[in-house]
Design a protein around this ligand. Structure first.
Ligand SMILES: Cc1cc2nc3c(=O)[nH]c(=O)nc-3n(C[C@H](O)[C@H](O)[C@H](O)COP(=O)(O)OP(=O)(O)OC[C@H]3O[C@@H](n4cnc5c(N)ncnc54)[C@H](O)[C@@H]3O)c2cc1C
Length: 324
């Protein structure tokens, strides 16, 4: 089957993405399967090195300002209008899975993430992936083209067939509008009214795990301009002052944005944040009540998410400072 591979050359993990992809293609589609590779990149000095990572013989290098899913998606949708591909393959990291699902939605196709094995000879193709925390393997049939898949992690470091790229084209998308999906929210710093007046609140729960980590979380909140709050176990453990308690026995907040990390979302806590305009839950447990109630939930260790958020905001601020 004809395939299109999409690699994110703005990512530090592009090398392993390419290795995993090459191994997946060789095992599931065969080395001779016709395909093309689209590599998005932002650093022109890395262009030649990135070109060597293509697992397909036809290569399109797309230059972008930086990694921005909206720009990747609008470019892919535009290219699909010119030349429709029956199958798109994305790497198995978070951004690959996000792009696979969102591209399928835009193009009216089907998506599946973390695909381990593919039976391309069948039409529509059948895909295999592990489910129920790895206890079972599911065989799923895709219904509508284009099939947008992200592949399962693993397979990097295996000896890789290097495709001889026969055709290379380039596209410059550095001027593309970035913000059509994201929305800017302006926040007032928590003033005298503290938590109850703040337009941005960051709340830490027992999942943050220790006094030292709560202090680090408080500093991150200050850096991001958020008022700092905690759940009852955090206050009861004396990891934070009682004045920062959110909930039925503490502050009732009404922010535009509340990020709650390591908080399960018990009713007594939720009473303190339910009037938020947007709630983002960071939790390792996808079944936590707050994950179900939040507008956005990230299922991961809160510390990793917070670190990445800080990195992005610092980068954004640096870029802004340079522009001014
Ligand atoms: C009368 C009464 C009044 C109360 N008033 C309040 C109140 O005002 N405010 C309040 O908060 N509670 C109040 N409580 C307590 C409330 O019922 C809950 O016990 C409390 O909110 C639970 O706090 P938590 O979510 O931080 O902890 P837990 O319920 O223990 O949840 C911890 C969460 O962290 C997650 N987690 C663990 N590790 C990580 C990680 N590394 N990254 C991301 N997530 C992780 C876990 O999956 C879990 O969901 C009251 C209780 C009573 C009986």
């Amino acid at each position: 089957m004809n395939y299109t591979v999409v690699l994110n050359g703005c990512s530090r993990t592009v090398q392993s993405q390419a290795e995993e992809m090459a191994a997946f293609i060789e095992t599931n589609l065969g080395a001779a399967a016709p395909g093309r590779c689209i590599i998005f990149y932002s650093a022109p000095e890395k262009k030649d090195e990135l070109a060597t990572l293509s697992p397909a013989e036809t290569l399109l290098l797309v230059r972008v300002q930086r990694y921005q899913p909206e720009v990747f998606l609008s470019t892919l949708a535009r290219l699909a209008q010119e030349e429709a591909a029956p199958m798109y393959l994305f790497p198995g990291d978070y951004s690959g899975s996000e792009l696979a699902v969102r591209l399928a939605c835009r193009l009216g196709g089907s998506s599946l993430t973390a695909v381990q094995k593919l039976e391309p000879a069948q039409e529509p193709p059948a895909c295999y992936k592990t489910v129920y925390s790895g206890y079972l393997q599911a065989r799923l049939t895709l219904r509508r083209k284009p099939y947008c898949l992200s592949i399962a992690r693993g397979g990097a470091g295996q000896s890789r067939r290097t495709a001889k790229v026969r055709e290379t084209a380039e596209l410059d998308m550095t001027g593309a509008a970035e913000a059509s999906f994201s929305r800017m929210l302006e926040f007032k710093e928590a003033g005298r009214g503290g938590l109850e007046e703040a337009s941005f609140v960051m709340a830490a729960g027992r999942g943050v795990d220790s006094k030292a980590k709560i202090e680090k979380f408080r500093q991150a909140a200050a850096e991001l301009g958020a008022a700092f709050g905690v759940s009852r176990p955090v206050a009861m453990n004396a990891w934070a002052p009682l004045s920062s308690l959110i909930g039925a026995s503490g502050a009732i907040t009404r922010p535009r944005l509340c990020i709650a990390a390591g908080v399960s979302g018990a009713a007594a806590f939720y009473a303190g944040i339910e009037k938020s305009e947007h709630i983002v839950a960071l939790n390792t447990d996808e079944f936590a009540p707050l994950v179900q109630a939040a507008d956005v939930a990230v299922i991961d260790d809160y510390a990793a998410v917070l670190e990445e958020l800080l990195r992005l905001i610092r980068q954004e601020r640096e870029l802004k400072a340079k522009e001014e």
